[in-house]
Design a protein around this ligand. Sequence first.
Ligand code: PDD
Length: 282
Amino acid sequence: MIVYLDGDFLRQEEAKISVADRGFIFGDGIYEVIRVVNGNFFREKEHLDRLKEGLEGLKIDFDPSEKAKIPEVSRELLKKNNQLTGEATVYLQITRGAAWPRTHTFPEPTVKPTLYISTDTFIPHTELHEKGVDVITLSDVRWKRCNLKTIQLLPNILAKQKAAEAGVNSAVMIRDGVITESPNANIFAVRDGVLYTFPASNYILNGITRQTVIELADKLQIPLKETPIREEELYDLDELFFTGTTTDIQPIIEINGRRLADGKPGQVVKKIRKAYNERMYG
Ligand code: PDD
């Protein structure tokens, strides 16, 4: 496995970052995960735009000419790893860079941010998409800037681990009585033929898959409201599903041990999944 670190293509075992890197010390950085099908990047521009927003949000001063090289470098990396055919993912991470001594304020003078890129082969979770998954509800204890895709993922990790220990696939997170998202995906609900999802704001990551589903809903003439779903409405919904780059379109059929509707993926999620797959693989 070859990875890219600050200008060099290296074997994964040889790629090393400084112990002073602020990503390591503070979790001071951002990331992206992009799907690739036969060398085609799915919604690359949207991912790179969000990366830019993240850099601005964290005030990381990343050289625009370095950023411009990311698409080419990612393709070169996929090539080196023989991943230009079939399915793959690209992981991009930028941290504020290595700075010593450890101080919470930004390094003065500014240091060069660290750019890390890795790729991996990918197998879609087709069986889960067809059968649907079970979830538990958990409190969303994250900070109030969830729109930034930062590498600080502890609340997400702990939530996902809690779900795993409860023997279920994932968690539906609740803040102030409404459903926000899952630790690694956005959530849509269906009630009386209308799609509902939490509005794009600082309380969720505005997923690229979420944005794609909103576009597809419009095309399919499925009415959509960016209105949060209340916790007490959960069990009365007709359908509920996750959306995400590695999750794809994943129906939820059981919440806290209670079956949702008839316990099978519904018609709306099936329609959306079909349209999404056509968009990705078409
Ligand atoms: N996670 N919400 C959260 C908290 C996420 O971490 C993700 C993606 C999403 C979906 O966003 P998108 O559709 O752009 O992938 C929503 C990535 C895949 C991850 O952490 O691996």
